[in-house]
Design a protein around this ligand. Structure first.
Ligand code: HXC
Length: 528
């Protein structure tokens, strides 16, 4: 038996001193800013930076990077301040068993303000995420650029922005705003794919209430200016709101289950939790309702999805379009659906931008797109025209035309005018396009069409009301159906509504290895 080799006693003492020194250094770097700051953080209902990471990641999976990094600047009294880990915890770990990179700003350390060392820690973890091909999640809680470090902190932000753009479309990027996020600092989250905010504690704005009051005379508070509700309902900056940080981390973990790790992989398949052949009488009932009777698009989506589960994105913003993720036969699918319960499902500026961003995300990350169409056209109005519906509405069109992932479209009811073209029609390369028997695919609705094309006949008729009604009935029979489109092959099949789920599951399965080679160029020029 080999003899156990022991280091000499003096060397052993030396080694244990070194180990103890490391332990002490680690403990010091893992401290919060101060017990008072910790108390203040808790009093606001906010968790500490390390607690957040622990809750977000799988148990015991966190590997910290750069714990021992120290502040760079010594100006304005910073030399006397202890700034553990320079106010940000960075590293990698696992969520649902899959690797992610994460950073978590520590508000107890100088308000989580971003100095150069802090910024470089975030940059390093983003670089690692891009190279390793894993999602990156930022837990943001910061007073912004560290004022004492001047232009170095601005430069640090710019380095982060640059990496956000390099990572865009390469790995999923998620930002959780868990406290203040002010000034130019908001642009890092804005460049990421999904922004989460917490009701009551998250705030995002370029300039705060005081500056606004001085500059424009408008009065507002933090919450009305840049709270979770404002950004989820009005501005659309925020995709998901949560009632608490726990709820936020639960939602992030759920979202990641639908996504691939990077742009070269496909989303992970789940064990199918539902019968792929399941038919739905409820969908037949919707299809058989009178054309002017309302139904809920969410009911259609739930009915189609595996296990009736729909992970909705941007739920509170531009409700006239609905976007989010479902599984079909165990595979992730992105859904884009007009919502006839709001603005009759018409496309306006916000709906176009919301839809466009989602379509581009799905396309970047190999997520097939299901489009459910019930659209009477673009929303009319001077405000929309002056607001740039031409330029901004074109974004959805551009995104669909550019998307090369499998695209399956189902026309549920109305598909009128330009909006018919835009909503993943065959002409802009919908791969398989179905329509229900109640679909109406036409330039416009019967009343509007008849009033324009038969204006003089109606005027000249002995009984204009009767004449108009006859013409509307005639137009409806000819055009307010899916059959003219089917005759031309613009829909591939008119299907019974109840069969939609098995049909689209087969369609996506058939298209799963679809490849498209586009025109060779540097990049397109989306109408921004
Ligand atoms: C240095 C900062 C800081 C900052 C906060 N602190 N923000 N230190 N630089 N930007 C420090 C405070 O001095 C304090 O230190 C501690 O953090 C906690 O701050 P409080 O003000 O006590 O906390 P609270 O009352 O909760 O208010 C939070 C706050 C407020 C609303 C974020 O601190 C604030 O308005 N900060 C400044 C925000 C700002 O204007 N940032 C610059 C944005 S411009 P002590 O020592 O007392 O513990 C920007 C440009 C980015 O970021 C550009 C990128 C291109």
């Amino acid at each position: 038996m080999a003899e156990k080799i022991e280091p000499p006693k003096t060397q052993k003492a030396f080694l244990s001193r070194k180990t103890e020194d490391l332990r002490q250094r680690r403990l010091k770097a893992m401290e919060s800013g101060s017990p008072d700051r910790e108390k203040a953080q808790k009093a606001q209902g906010k968790l500490l930076a390390r607690e957040r990471i622990e809750l977000l990641l799988d148990d015991d999976s966190f590997e910290e990077v750069d714990l021992l990094v120290e502040k760079r600047s010594r100006e304005f009294g910073l030399d006397k301040k202890n700034l553990p880990a320079d106010g940000v915890v960075t590293g990698f770990g696992r969520i649902n068993g899959r690797s992610v990179c994460v950073y978590s700003q520590d508000f107890t350390v100088m308000g989580g303000s971003l100095g150069l060392a802090h910024a470089m820690k975030i940059c390093k973890i983003m670089d690692l995420a891009i190279e390793a091909g894993v999602p990156v999640i930022g837990l943001c809680d910061s007073g912004g650029a560290r004022i004492q470090e001047g232009v170095e902190s601005l430069g640090g932000y710019a380095e982060i922005f640059y990496r956000n753009v390099q990572a865009s479309g390469a790995v999923p990027q998620i930002s959780a705003i868990l406290g203040p996020c002010a000034g130019g600092a908001v642009y890092s989250p804005a460049l990421t794919d999904f922004v989460f905010m917490i009701d009551g504690t998250s705030h995002m704005f370029i300039t705060g209430p005081d500056v606004i009051r001085n500059a424009t005379g408008e009065s507002c508070d933090f919450e009305s200016l840049g709270g979770a509700q404002t950004h989820s309902e009005r501005s659309g900056v925020c995709h998901f709101t949560a009632g608490s940080e726990h709820d936020c981390f639960r939602q992030i973990r759920e979202l990641l289950e639908y996504l691939p790790q990077n742009c070269h992989e496909k989303p992970a398949s789940a064990m199918p939790s539902d019968d792929p052949h399941r038919k739905s009488e409820m969908l037949d009932a919707i299809a058989e309702m009178a054309a002017n009777k309302p139904y809920k698009m969410h009911d259609v989506i739930w009915e189609l999805a595996d296990g009736h589960q729909f992970f909705e994105v941007h739920r509170a913003f531009a409700k006239n379009i609905v976007v989010g993720f479902i599984r079909l036969g165990g595979e992730t699918v992105g859904v884009v659906a007009n919502n006839p319960s709001v603005l009759s499902g018409a496309l306006d500026i916000n709906a176009s931008e919301k839809g466009a961003r989602f379509v581009r995300f799905c396309d970047a990350f190999s997520i097939p797109i299901l489009t459910l169409v019930d659209v009477p056209g673009y929303w009319p109005g001077v405000e929309q025209e002056w607001g740039g519906i031409i330029r901004r509405g074109a974004k959805l069109l551009y995104s669909y035309c550019q998307a090369t992932v499998p695209k399956v479209t189902v026309v549920i009811r109305k598909a009128y005018g330009g909006a018919y073209d835009v909503m993943s029609s065959k002409h802009i390369r919908g791969d398989l396009n179905y329509a229900w028997p109640c679909a109406e695919i036409a330039v416009m609705g019967p009343q509007g069409a008849v009033d324009i094309i038969f204006k003089s006949e109606i005027k000249a008729a002995a009984d204009p009301v009767k004449k108009r009604a006859e013409l509307i009935a005639d137009y409806t029979a000819k055009f307010a159906s899916p059959y003219q489109a089917a005759q031309h092959g613009y829909v591939d099949e008119v299907i019974q509504a109840a069969e939609t789920r098995p049909k689209i599951i087969r369609a996506f399965h058939f298209l799963r290895n679809k490849k498209v080679t586009g025109v060779k160029k540097k990049h397109g020029n989306i109408p921004l």
